[in-house]
Design a protein around this ligand. Sequence first.
Ligand code: DHB
Ligand code: FE
Length: 289
Amino acid sequence: MSFENLSTHDGDPTAKGSGNAATDKFKGESVKSDTSKERANAIYTDLLAAIAEVAHKHQVTYDEYRVLKNWMIQVGEYGEWPLWLDVFVEHEIEEINYNRNDYTGTKGSIEGPYYVPNSPELPWQAEMPMREQDKAAESLIFKGQVTDVEGQGLNGATIELWHADEEGLYAQFAPGIPEWNLRGTIRTNENGEFEITTLFPAPYQIPADGPTGWFIDSYGGHPWRPAHLHLMVKHPGYREITTQLYFEGGEWVDNDVATAVKPELMLSPQPNAEGVQEVTYNFALDKED
Ligand code: DHB
Ligand code: FE
């Protein structure tokens, strides 16, 4: 394997654009953790030991070490840390934090770098904000119920839905798309029900022309995620769920670059009486611990 290509690129404005948008968004969030000195010591000791083990195992060369250093600098300059981390690391953190507690509700999945809070509120039956050109894509009616783990409907739960358009692009992270395109906060009715009309998103290619793409090229991987819907489901007193839903049989579902597909998170839309693709998915929320 050669890492040479990691050090020979001179940059591309496309990758830099979406990477920087994700970094700027993240920098605006408040991030803190009450990790003690003892815990930090235990984590860093093990982390450095793991790095040492890999370096010894593979007899990493000085050239490879310098290429890594250069690559890490480039990831920062392109603003791609949110992209790289959410693709290659977040799924492990998500799984750990789901399994740590005895949750029985709907499975979570990674948030990814493109969540934006405070999307426009929509009633329980609604069409997602979309452009005329988005209507060329196939329509999807996505409906269901938000309940507690006993199946009792939760009145006034919110479902924040965001997804890529028919070209695989996210509003606010690609140029020329209206701010809240294909982003909305749906509020369930008194039975916890919702019915959203949207469109089938396209598979998503993570920005492949910057350092994350060079990284993928260096080991002969691909930059694709299967088509997906992102969701955050909330109700006071219940544990919020951040998850994604995928389409059965869709391209890349068996080979997601972000390793975030789970069998519990598959949709199989079928044509309804009017011939429109329709699917039901219910969300069960655990009580807050
Ligand atoms: C990335 C993008 C996504 O849409 C997603 O769901 C996960 C990760 C990314 O570019 O890092
Ligand atoms: Fe996504």
